[in-house]
Design a protein around this ligand. Structure first.
Ligand SMILES: [Cu+2]
Length: 118
């Protein structure tokens, strides 16, 4: 193996390593800005985080922690869960910015709001 070839091989190895590192960094960066997931628990006849602010693209999951059925229904009709029994969950992905008030159709005094930022 001549000297020039050795140097080329080293450079190729460095390129591959650098490429892998860049891939790792880019994946990590992407994960930081990737759409997040948020959970709203339902406990004691209330949405435990009544006001949630998220970025567009975030999926919100409601989990019924009560031993009473509840629903999650958007006032503007954007989403509507089935009746959620204990530990049932309902998810909705908020693709666009806006404000989404919601309530439990079985107990309309239970209300919450999702604010979606761009
Ligand atoms: Cu309810």
């Amino acid at each position: 193996m001549n000297r020039a070839f050795k140097i080329l091989s080293l450079q190729a190895a460095a390129l591959v390593t650098g490429g892998l590192m860049m891939t790792t960094v880019s994946v990590a960066t992407h994960a930081a800005v990737a759409p997040a997931a948020t959970v709203v628990r339902i406990d004691n006849f209330s949405f435990n985080t009544p006001l949630v602010t998220i970025k567009a693209g975030t999926t919100v999951t409601w989990v019924n922690g009560d031993d009473i059925p509840h629903t999650v229904v958007a006032t503007n009709g954007a989403f509507k869960s089935k009746v959620l029994d204990t530990d049932d969950r309902f998810s909705f992905t908020f693709a666009k910015p806006g404000q989404f008030s919601y309530f439990c159709s079985l107990h309309p005094h239970m209300t919450g709001k999702i604010v979606v930022k761009a």
